[in-house]
Design a protein around this ligand. Structure first.
Ligand code: FA5
Length: 347
């Protein structure tokens, strides 16, 4: 083979190869065409073999011709391969592309109030308490009367709620606090008693930043021999330090009134944001109110058949939303039940 033969061979081969590429009906057929026109037995290889017999002047021209042939046929095959693949994908429809990876389902988590409730339960269980429960729809005796709040008592007007009349004798209501669980526990078990009772409570309340008609409280009740206010104060201090994970948190008790405790106190903790110096969260007082507490009134003990000469008790109750608001600096109670995932997923 001389140079002219080689150029003629490549010219003819190129035309044939391009026609074969265009005629390839699928990718498999195209593979066969490519092997034939660009592979080991192709005209390009034959010319390459012959080049070494050419004169030094002819070799570069022959080499260039082989290069031009390879790139022309190679490009035509590449374009045809792309077109065939796209056409095949279009006829398959959207299909399943296993290389894309999956769509993970977003995982939820417990509501902030439930998290706080469980954390508090753990703290009190660590102190030797049991968790008690009571119904959200309560009767008059447990919600009011057994707690020294008879029908005309002014404390009732501060805790108005939804009442359900079940005939003349019976009136049920949505409980206004968790204190009725104190009564239910004392009615059903002998002292010594150490229980906490978390749960939902309801009041006829205008919704504002810190008050809601439905909220959560946690009640704590201890009945044992020889309990004093020192036990009450010590228990509250221990729980507040554990809850806020801060040994410097101080507790404050100010004289207050609840018909079922005597003496009674309002319970506050030093502001965990400013350490008691005063800031926006604590309205510049340095203190944040958590709830109420006191020594169980001897009359309440006697009312459920526990001898107040032998047994003494202390109790306290506080709001769970309030604790969460303090702990995380949340200033709007509505956010707890708006159920906006953008808020809830932060905690
Ligand atoms: C009581 O409910 C008493 N039963 C507490 C108690 C228990 C006193 C045992 C003595 C012995 P008070 O009404 O202050 O007290 O409510 C206690 C806490 O519940 C408040 O400090 C607040 O944190 C929360 N709370 C009360 N009303 C609402 C409301 N409408 N929305 C949100 N939280 C509330």
């Amino acid at each position: 083979m001389n140079l002219d033969d080689a150029l003629a061979l490549l010219d003819g081969a190129r035309a044939e190869a391009e026609a074969a590429v265009a005629a390839a009906a699928d990718v498999d057929a195209l593979d066969v065409v490519e092997r034939k026109w660009l592979g080991k037995n192709s005209p390009a290889t034959a010319v390459n073999e012959a080049i070494k017999t050419f004169s030094a002047d002819d070799r570069p021209r022959a080499g260039q011709a082989v290069g031009a042939y390879r790139s022309a046929v190679g490009e035509a095959a590449g374009a045809r391969r792309e077109a065939l693949t796209a056409a095949a994908a279009a006829t398959r429809g959207p299909g399943i592309d296993l290389t894309l990876g999956g769509h993970a389902r977003p995982r939820g988590h417990l509501h902030l109030v439930t998290q706080i409730r469980r954390e508090l339960e753990d703290i009190f269980i660590g102190l030797g308490y049991r968790v008690a429960e009571g119904p959200e729809v309560e009767d008059d005796w447990h919600n009011f009367e057994a707690l020294n709040i008879p029908p005309a008592h002014p404390a009732r007007s501060m805790q108005d709620t939804i009442y359900v009349d079940l005939g003349a004798a019976e009136q049920m209501m949505l409980r206004t606090h968790t204190s009725p669980v104190q009564i239910r526990t004392m009615e059903s078990q002998e002292p010594p008693i150490y229980v906490v009772a978390p749960g939902r409570t309801y009041r006829n309340e205008t919704l504002d930043a810190r008050h809601s008609p439905a909220f959560h409280q946690m009640e704590c009740l201890a009945v044992d021999r020889g309990l004093t206010m020192a036990d009450l104060f010590g228990t509250i201090e221990a729980f507040a330090r554990r809850l806020f994970d801060d040994e410097s948190v101080r507790t404050r008790f100010r004289s207050d009134f609840f018909p079922y405790t005597e003496p009674s106190a309002e319970l506050a903790v030093s502001c965990v944001f400013c350490g008691g110096d005063g800031c926006r969260v604590c309205s510049h007082t340095g203190w944040i109110e958590l709830g109420g507490c006191g020594m169980v009134d001897p009359q309440v003990l006697a009312g459920v058949g526990i001898d107040p000469e032998e047994w003494q008790g202390f109790a306290f109750g506080f709001g769970l939303e309030r604790i969460a608001m303090i702990r995380y600096g949340i200033n709007e109670i509505r956010t707890f039940f708006d159920n906006d995932v953008r808020f809830l997923e932060q905690y």
